[in-house]
Design a protein around this ligand. Structure first.
Ligand SMILES: C[S@@+](CC[C@H](N)C(=O)[O-])C[C@H]1O[C@@H](n2cnc3c(N)ncnc32)[C@H](O)[C@@H]1O
Length: 434
């Protein structure tokens, strides 16, 4: 089959780069004149650039809809932009170790030194808390660094190309870059990849998840006997249904489709922040009587770690697989109630006799019904764990400024995803009325 590739115009511009966008790309403004002599200004995202740098960029016009295609389904893509020459570099620039950095869609910040990444993440959170959250002077702490900002990911989802090779996709496309290793993947995942990529993978994706506390690994789809044997030679024990990982001194069983934090070392720190935020400064006898809710509990990480300290834990989760794991993980704890369901359905019906909440929703943040329930029956403390600072800022504004039901005590950025633009936060809120 012959495929006719559309020819796309590439223009070159020498520019000074502006601030990083929240996606982690530098920005650039260019002006172009069309055939009618009209000048149009465009704000572009420049991957692998840094503010203040003087660079030449190539700008490839986005594809246009093919004749006959319904325009209704057409989604205009931004132009593809890449740096062709660096004239003046930023003092924050370092050599990115990955050969596909800038092309791969996985990392955005490998070219920026690590302290600068941490400072930039704090700055993004500050700006969002001010502009979206309406906190004039937010109580924002410094970003907690990851002790090793490389090889931290315990879970990788590789795409597979037509030749059956696993890799990561290029930014803004479905084009698979076959990989021998990835500098943010855990060393055990890279070891497994070096075996898996020697075989033809029949499915469009390969998921690899490893434990850091032992040699157990989950791989989907299941690999054949030969691959499993070769992995065993590399000391990797491929599990069939569940694997076990240790966090905060407790063992957690995890199924392939259950959520588990992807950076175990940082998750340890995060769990301690949750415990401290909820229980610190309170007399032991009061803590032992507390009823706390772990909403969006996943496999029960926070619930299990809170259980030894408090009177009762109610854990809520919608995923059937995570619920099975949570039940196993807390099988020996009597004072835990595990509820399968949506937080927005369960929360309004819960008793008002709750002393503290841990909420760790997906990126979209909390639904308004959840925020309403927290405002109607304010609890002494909420620990809001968030993987998206913009929805966190939106929800904190409702909980603290609009309703004035809570006071924001602290927001702690935690670098769960070094080398990427993703930002995790732990916010501590307390009820305004005692
Ligand atoms: C960010 S994860 C947090 C998991 C857990 N707190 C942890 O640290 O491992 C969010 C979890 O919320 C669950 N979830 C998503 N939407 C939900 C909803 N509306 N109600 C209940 N659980 C939900 C997901 O299945 C996922 O396990």
């Amino acid at each position: 089959m012959t495929q006719i590739q559309e020819e796309r115009t590439i223009t070159y511009h020498t520019v000074e780069l502006g601030p990083l966008s929240s996606a982690g790309h530098a920005t650039a403004t260019i002006s172009e004149q069309n055939e009618a002599g009209e000048v149009h200004t465009h704000l572009l995202q420049v991957p692998a650039g840094l503010p203040g740098e003087r660079v030449t960029i190539a700008v490839e016009a986005p594809p246009t809809p093919r004749p006959g295609r319904k325009r209704r389904h057409w989604k205009q893509r931004p132009p593809r932009v890449w740096i062709t020459e660096l004239h003046e570099t930023s003092p924050l620039r370092i050599q990115a170790p990955c050969p596909v950095f800038g092309t791969c869609g996985g990392c955005q910040l490998q070219h920026m030194n690590y302290p600068a990444q941490l400072a930039w993440k704090r700055d993004v959170v500050r700006q969002l808390l001010q502009e979206v959250g309406h906190f004039a002077d937010p109580p924002l702490l410094d970003t907690v660094a990851c002790d090793n900002p490389w090889h931290y990911r315990n879970h990788m989802r590789f795409s597979v190309n037509r030749e059956g090779q696993p890799g990561l996709t290029a930014r803004g496309s479905h084009w698979v870059l076959p990989l021998a290793e990835c500098p943010i993947a855990h060393e055990k995942i890279n070891r497994a990849l070096s075996v898996v990529n020697q075989h033809i993978n029949p499915r469009p994706q390969v998921l690899i998840r490893c434990a850091t506390a032992n040699n157990q690994m989950l791989i989907q789809p299941a690999q054949n006997e030969e691959v499993t044997r070769q992995l065993a030679e590399k000391s990797i024990v491929v599990q069939e249904e569940t694997m076990e990982e240790v966090l905060g001194g407790q063992t957690f069983r995890i199924r392939p489709s259950s959520f588990f934090q992807t950076n175990t070392a940082q998750a340890e720190k995060m769990a301690q922040m949750v415990l401290d935020g909820l229980l610190a400064d309170q007399p032991a006898e009061k803590v032992s009587q507390m009823t706390v809710v772990d909403a969006y509990c996943g496999v029960g990480t926070f619930a299990a770690l809170l259980a030894p300290h408090v009177g009762k834990v109610i854990a809520i989760e919608e995923s059937a697989s995570a619920i099975k794991d949570a039940q196993w993980n807390m099988r020996d704890v009597e004072h835990v109630e595990i509820i399968k369901g949506k937080v927005e359905d369960m929360l309004p019906g819960l008793s008002s006799q709750i002393d503290g909440f841990v909420i760790d929703p997906p990126r979209a943040g909390c639904q308004s019904i959840v925020l309403d329930a927290l405002i109607q029956n304010p609890v002494a403390r909420i620990i809001y764990v968030s993987c998206d600072p913009s929805t966190l800022a939106r929800d904190l504004n409702i909980l603290c400024n609009v309703s004035q039901a809570y006071r924001l005590r602290s927001v702690q950025p935690l670098d769960m995803f070094p080398q990427t633009a993703h930002i995790e936060n732990v916010a501590v809120l307390e009820r305004t009325t005692l």
